[in-house]
Write a protein that binds this ligand. Structure first.
Ligand code: ASP
Length: 585
């Protein structure tokens, strides 16, 4: 029960009135959800954050109230006084927690008149997201929306409780700062005091949390807002909330040892049980078996490496790929696979970058496939064994460069497989430090440049591993972090490997390199996407459904109209001049 702060508007929450309160006098307040006129009686479902309560207006018992109630319309705001009565038999509503009772109203105040809303609150008609966001304050009145925000608030409060108890300090870090390279574009804020210079909004508090460790704070956390100017993607928003964590004197195991019980406690808020010790998988293993570093292991299909089976194959597609340093991989799956489905999967594989898709079905006497005639009996037997295929199963095979084969098979695996019920949590560990960015023609950090590398740092950076780790829930990465470079020498080596000259590194990160010179403890941490975690807990597809005032995927906010042009005078003050053709007021 939530305190109502008993006052002139309400003494009870609508959604909390129960049969035990029959015959008591109450005052409730909220919005008119629905009105029905029935044989002289007027019924109103009154809604507050806690739920609905049926109000009944009798023409004889409360003549004035009854007369006035006749003109109430949806979303009017009222405060009503009355007596709790048991509903007549046959009119009890078992779907409503308050369904056994109603409030016989003796008196009410109309507190605000509502215009007809642009969409109905009491119905789940499809409404465009743009309209929902333009009138977000109405959208939030929908019970499903307030439930999501209630859940979010409870998750955040469980997080704070857990960290407080574990001796972590919540520390705020700046939002007007310098660029933090998490790999996305920065949002920039022009400076009035130094025209031509710009703040960047943080992509994460990464460097600050490391400085807090160097500052001796030992254990830090923050519910932090982060900003990344990325192109529109369904599950990415320009600003998002992160649970940010950093600890001193720790190694990988220590961070993981903190996160496992934290997640257990926090996800229990949404009724999800997290295993005591979450499984681990290496990056390489995950890429091979699931084709991704975000494996959803609920899908009961594993990709097999078929290099050995086809090592001496006469089939050019396979031998050619292997000879070029590529791979042959595949998996088996049961189900109905008519020709048209294979064609569609082939098209899909090509869209994901594969040259083609080899497919077939296991039959009692072998393998029915357009390429069957190119393969020896031994190869077919080996293929069936390696993929664990049973009679009637389909087998899909891709021969390509390893990253392409992984990407394509990882996608097809999810396309044809059904996730088993329940939840899957897994740590992905032992990442490569860098991936080759063909566009930039240089190495790029898989996590970020402050992640500590491991391996032989005098060898080619392509061979370095990182001390990073990601946590994946049902195929979604919900958190990631690392042990950090804690000496200026190692940090500088990473900058060099990333193609930064000493001058560039000094110019951008000199303050961090300096700080590392003054005695940095070994440290590491992690960050979690709170929006994603709450969306998964609430069973929502879109993270926008668990954010009070989100922007559209395009970055626009239909509610406030942001981003919006500003006055010429403001620009002048900032020393900013727009290119001809750009808009201003
Ligand atoms: N700063 C990282 C991120 O935002 C997380 C971390 O390494 O702690 O993804």
């Amino acid at each position: 029960m939530t305190d109502t702060f008993d006052n002139r508007y309400r003494s009870a929450w609508c959604g909390e009135v129960r049969a035990e309160q029959v015959d008591t006098q109450l005052r409730v307040a909220g919005w008119v959800h629905r009105r029905r006129d029935h044989g002289g009686l007027i019924f109103i479902d009154l809604r507050d954050r806690e739920g609905l309560l049926q109000l009944v207006f009798h023409p004889e018992d409360a003549t004035d109230a009854h007369a006035a109630a006749g003109s109430l319309r949806a979303e009017d705001v009222v405060s009503a006084t009355g007596r709790v009565v048991r509903r007549e038999e046959g009119t009890v509503n078992p779907n409503l927690p308050t369904g056994e009772v109603e409030l016989a109203v003796s008196d009410f105040d109309l507190l605000a008149d509502a215009d007809t809303p642009p969409f109905q609150i009491d119905e789940d008609d499809p409404v465009s997201e743009e309209l929902r966001l333009r009138y977000r304050y109405l959208d939030l009145r929908k019970p499903a929306m307030s439930e999501a925000l209630v859940l979010r608030a409870r998750v955040v409060s469980a997080i704070r409780r857990w960290f407080d108890d574990a001796g972590f300090l919540e520390v705020e870090t700046p939002t007007l700062t310098r660029s933090t390279p998490e790999g996305a574009r920065d949002y920039l804020v022009p400076s009035r005091i130094a025209p031509g210079s710009w703040y960047a909004l943080p992509q994460s508090p990464q460097i600050f949390k490391q400085l807090l460790m160097i500052g001796g704070l030992e254990r830090y956390y923050q519910i932090a807002r982060c900003y990344r100017d990325e192109s529109a993607r369904a599950d990415r928003l320009p600003e998002f909330t992160q649970l940010d964590v950093e600890m001193s004197f720790v190694e990988e195991e220590d961070v993981i040892g903190v996160v496992d019980p934290l997640l257990r406690e926090v996800l229990a808020v949404g009724g999800v049980e997290v295993p005591e010790a979450i499984d681990r998988i290496t990056y390489d293993d995950s890429m091979l078996r699931y084709g991704t570093d975000r494996p959803d292991r609920r899908v009961p299909i594993e990709i097999a490496d078929l290099g050995e089976v086809f090592a001496a194959s006469e089939f050019k597609v396979f031998s050619g790929a292997l000879a070029a340093g590529g791979v042959v991989r595949g998996f088996s799956v049961s189900g109905e696979f008519p020709r048209s489905r294979f064609d569609a999967l082939t098209e899909r594989a090509q869209r994901f970058g594969a040259k083609g898709l080899v497919w077939g079905v296991v039959e009692p006497d072998g393998w029915r496939s357009p390429v069957a005639k190119f393969l020896s009996e031994d190869e077919i037997a080996g293929l069936i064994e390696a993929t664990g295929a049973a009679e009637g199963d389909a087998i899909l095979v891709v021969a390509d460069e390893a990253p392409t084969a992984a990407r394509v098979l990882g996608d097809l695996r999810l396309e044809v497989g059904e996730p088993a019920p329940g939840h899957d949590f897994v740590w992905v560990v032992d990442f490569p430090m860098f991936g080759w960015d063909a566009e930039l023609g240089r190495w790029d950090a898989l996590h970020h440049p402050f992640t500590a590398p491991s391996g032989d740092l005098d060898a080619d950076p392509g061979t370095w591993r990182s001390r990073g780790y990601d946590i994946v829930w049902n195929g979604a990465e919900i958190g990631g972090g690392s042990i950090r470079s804690s000496t200026p020498e190692v940090q500088s080596k990473v900058f060099t490997a990333l193609g930064l000259s000493d001058e560039e590194a000094r110019e951008r990160f000199g303050f961090l390199l300096d700080a590392l010179r003054y005695g940095a403890p070994p440290h590491g941490g992690i960050a979690f996407g709170i929006d994603r975690i709450v969306a998964l807990l609430a069973g929502r597809d879109s993270i926008r459904d668990v954010i009070a005032f989100p922007k559209l995927a395009s970055g626009f906010d239909p509610l406030t109209g942001a981003p919006a042009p500003v006055d010429e005078a403001q620009l002048r003050e900032l020393g900013v001049q727009l290119r001809p053709g750009s808009q201003s007021r």
